[in-house]
Ligand binder design. Structure first.
Ligand SMILES: [Zn+2]
Length: 235
């Protein structure tokens, strides 16, 4: 997203008005292809020149606001409020985060097509039947290990649903795989709730929807029969 330049100029003028010493001056904002994230502010012949690094392109308005406050405060030697500093610093930290923060290569280790079941078409059918086709598709894959205690989980940060490889078997009924996938899809639809500082990953309306799933009883009975001793769980 490119920043709207006239909006940025207007924002600088607004911030200028909040600094008494600056009010009599014009302000002029321009972008500059600085190599780093560097900005300058100078007062010359009745005009305040602000040069911003073009790496600010696409920054949200509140980040510009913070940056202008910081620059005007520097020019007129005001103390800079910690809140503005933090807002700007957070933006810089995000910008400078290496692109490997959420590596797609990592996700490619998880394949939706297993030996017996392919999670991808199963997702589409469940999405159509229970979510009006509106659920965004996360990355889908079979676990790389044979975990029996964790039969499925959803990683919201990586947008990833993983089903235990144990369930990709000839003897595992399709309705069991579908139920587990459905459970994880509910996590995509229903974010984790925080109640008094505690995380509730399966809030009451989650459980209600899960129990309304047509194969709920049948699938859990099968899982109890085959995985009970191994303490199966869904996450
Ligand atoms: Zn769960």
């Amino acid at each position: 997203m490119k920043s709207d330049f006239s909006g940025i100029q207007t924002l600088a003028e607004e911030i200028k008005e909040t600094f008494q010493e600056a009010r009599t001056f014009q302000v002029w904002v321009s972008f500059y292809p600085y190599r780093g994230l560097k900005h300058t502010i100078r007062l010359r012949q009745g005009t305040i020149f602000i040069r911003l690094s073009d790496r600010m392109n696409g920054a949200p308005p509140e980040v510009y606001r913070a940056l202008f406050v910081i620059l005007f405060a520097k020019l007129f030697r005001y103390r800079i409020d910690a809140g503005w500093r933090r807002l700007y610093a957070d933006y810089v930290a995000r910008l400078e985060q290496p692109a490997t923060a959420s590596p797609p290569a990592d996700l490619s280790r998880y394949q939706s097509a297993g030996r017996y079941y392919d999670l991808d078409p199963l997702f589409d059918v469940l999405n159509r039947d229970f979510f009006s086709g509106k659920l965004p598709k996360p990355h889908l894959g079979w676990s790389r290990n044979n975990s029996t205690t964790r039969l499925g989980f959803y990683d919201a940060d990586r947008k990833l649903i993983v089903v235990s490889q144990n369930l990709d078997g000839r003897k595992v009924p399709a309705y069991v795989v579908r139920y587990i996938l459905y459970h994880e899809m509910l996590h995509v639809a229903i974010p984790v709730e925080r109640v008094n500082g505690r995380r509730r990953i399966h809030p009451p309306h989650f459980k209600a929807l899960e129990q309304a799933y047509p194969d709920y009883e049948r699938a859990r009975q099968w899982l109890q029969k085959h995985f009970r001793k191994r303490g199966w769980r869904l996450f």
